[in-house]
Design a protein around this ligand. Structure first.
Ligand code: ATP
Ligand code: MG
Ligand code: MG
Length: 423
């Protein structure tokens, strides 16, 4: 139909000439966990080289022998400079990195020594922009930035680590509320639900030594998430993946349903629009995970943004087989993301469910679940090559199906087995 032809033409016009494609640029990755691993799995068939900075034999290094990697910490400025010397673009698979050295590298470059012994500064791009990573890694700063840009979020307030401050927050906003560490938070490690005045002492003890803020309790009906690809700093530079439903247990993501169950299409669209707006007020390029609360009155609040591939986007490996969140991350930071009509990347399956595999009490607690998953032809198992520890994310299973009821019928026994691991 003519509309498709027009779109095709628009697509062809937007793709850079082959000579401008930058696929031979080497990417430096801060962090080598499972997100980095899946990023390398996407980079391998594209012939894109990734150099990883993390501990020896971290999950990403296990699947990438194309380059020599750097052993060390992604919060060590000298190691980050060493990585920068070897690559053209730096990116992250974790936001808890040193952004001051990233700022220095992006703005001034990194010093290298030429073959003749002369020193010069080499330019290295940082994507997404260090300002984005710095704003996001402090969850309170992030909340303020979103609010300033008209993105709806839960009311939040910076607190001193004092009983007085914690009690005062409840005077204004009631119990329960969520006490959160501003920095270094993941998988709920950094959150403490304060349900009454008698929790205040324990909350302060649990988050001792960390800068804190409090958030009004979000009495949500569901949690949703949207992966967004940012291709530049212009207003129309964001593309959304489908809206998904995330289910958390003890603040850790357990399940992801695509499409979300019992959420109207118009609400799914609104979630995509809010997520695109939230990512649009950040800087630079890359893929972002936007977590949202769907409130009882159908309003939406942004919980937080991750400046990188995200657990809620794992399903795209199977659901968007030619355009996973990992491939998008690579193409976006290289500046060669294809054009998508209506700024949406569709799923190729009517329904998918992703189940996280968390470590249990013993190293073999998850064995039954893993063995069961491989017997299901429509399920994809991803084990990350990490040692099993209680509540640690060590793998995931994505199931594709022709309807959500079919997906649930097949996945429910696995969800039962996963529940047994936690018990
Ligand atoms: P992540 O691993 O996603 O980075 P995190 O440690 O940064 O997690 P949050 O995303 O802030 O933590 O919170 C984890 C979960 O805790 C949320 O997905 C939600 O289930 C719950 N939660 C967080 N904030 C609130 C709130 N204000 N009200 C109610 N529940 C909340
Ligand atoms: Mg977080
Ligand atoms: Mg979160």
């Amino acid at each position: 139909p003519p509309a498709d032809r027009a779109q095709l033409l628009a697509l062809l016009c937007r793709i850079p000439a082959p000579s401008d494609l930058t696929m031979d640029h080497t990417i430096g990755l801060l962090g080598g966990g499972q997100l980095g691993q899946m990023l390398c799995e996407a980079a391998n068939p594209l012939g894109i080289k990734v150099v990883i900075l993390d501990a020896p034999s971290s999950p990403a290094k296990q699947v990438n022998a194309k380059t020599s990697h750097i052993d060390g910490s992604f919060i060590d400025p000298e190691k980050i400079r060493e990585l920068a010397r070897k690559v053209d673009i730096l990116t992250v698979e974790i936001e808890h990195v040193d952004t001051h050295v990233l700022e220095e590298i992006a703005e001034k470059g990194v010093e290298i020594t030429e073959a003749d012994g002369k020193k010069r500064m080499k330019k290295v791009e940082v994507q997404p922009n260090w300002k984005t990573i710095r704003t996001i890694q402090d969850k309170y700063l992030q909340k303020g930035h979103l609010a300033k840009n008209g993105v709806p979020t839960a009311v939040s307030k910076s607190l001193e680590s004092s009983e007085k401050d914690l009690l005062n927050f409840a005077k204004d906003h009631g119990y329960p509320y969520m006490l959160k560490a501003k920095k270094d938070a993941y998988d709920g490690r950094g959150n403490y639900p304060v349900r009454s005045a008698s929790d205040v002492k324990d909350a302060l003890e649990a988050l001792k030594g960390r800068s804190l803020y409090a958030e009004k309790w979000a009495d949500f009906k569901k949690e949703l998430a949207v992966m967004v690809v940012k291709t530049g700093d212009q207003g129309d530079s964001t593309i959304a993946y489908p809206t998904v439903e995330t289910v958390h247990e003890d603040s850790i993501c357990k399940l992801v349903y695509s499409p979300p169950r019992e959420v109207s299409e118009s609400l799914q669209k609104r979630a995509q629009e809010i997520a695109r707006k939230a990512v649009g007020c950040l800087w630079g390029k890359g893929v972002f995970g936007v977590e949202l609360f769907l409130m009882s009155d159908d309003s939406l609040l942004v919980n937080e943004i991750a400046p990188r591939p995200h657990n809620s986007g794992h399903y795209t490996i199977e659901a968007c087989p030619t355009m996973s969140q990992y491939k998008s991350q690579l193409l976006a930071i290289l500046g060669i993301m294809p054009f998508f009509p209506n700024s949406v990347i569709p799923s190729m399956f009517p329904a998918t469910i992703m189940l996280n595999i968390l470590g249990g009490a013993s190293e073999s607690s998850h064995e039954d679940l893993v063995k069961r998953a491989v017997t299901i032809p429509t399920a994809a198992l991803h084990m990350y090559g990490k040692a099993s520890k209680p509540a640690r994310k060590i793998g995931h299973i994505t199931l594709v199906a022709s309807s959500m009821s079919q997906a649930q019928e097949i996945m429910n026994p696995l969800i039962g087995l996963a529940g047994g691991i936690r018990a």
